[in-house]
Ligand binder design. Structure first.
Ligand code: HEC
Ligand code: HEC
Length: 104
């Protein structure tokens, strides 16, 4: 009985160690406050379009607006640079890379 309990304790200990290490290994969430590759570069003077409100919803549902054609992807690039904005998050979440359209 005792060795079995010991084994359970050491398993729990191992799980804690793994959880701590995995926690540390997680990259920083992409945001406007983040640094390095996960930083979302944005001109602070820009006003977000109404489609962005609430932002928590837009963050996870913009795909729908783009694929329904309500908000063409090229329009996004009037405010967002794919190379320093969209793709810094798309790389993090594992979504396809957005191609930069030439500025007109
Ligand atoms: C008129 C300028 C403008 C246009 C056009 C625009 N955005 Fe934004 N977007 C902003 C601003 C400003 C913010 C930051 C809002 C804030 O922090 O409250 C933002 C934030 C976002 C965020 C949230 C990122 C985060 O996690 O904080 C996503 C995602 C996003 N935009 C995607 C898009 C997409 C996709 C399009 C095109 C369909 C688009 N935007 C078009 C100005 C724009
Ligand atoms: C804060 C994170 C974040 C930012 C910033 C962001 N996206 Fe996304 N994007 C996502 C996520 C998450 C998905 C997947 C959502 C889903 O499948 O419903 C996605 C999906 C998409 C898709 C659909 C891709 C597919 O394979 O069908 C398009 C198009 C898209 N985003 C455009 C943009 C554009 C353009 C920008 C920059 C203006 C942008 N996104 C910025 C997180 C982000």
């Amino acid at each position: 009985m005792i060795p079995c309990r010991l084994a359970l304790f050491s398993l729990a200990g191992l799980a804690c160690v793994i959880a701590v290490f995995c926690g540390c290994a997680l990259p920083e969430m992409p945001s406007q406050e983040a640094t390095g590759a996960n930083r979302l570069e944005l001109d602070p003077d820009l006003e977000p379009p109404v489609t962005h409100v609430p932002l928590e919803y837009w963050r996870t549902h913009h795909r729908e607006a783009v694929s329904r054609g309500e908000f063409p992807e090229n329009e996004c690039q009037k405010c967002h640079d794919p190379d320093t904005y969209c793709n810094n998050c798309h790389g993090y979440v594992g979504v396809k890379q957005i191609e930069s359209v030439a500025a007109d």
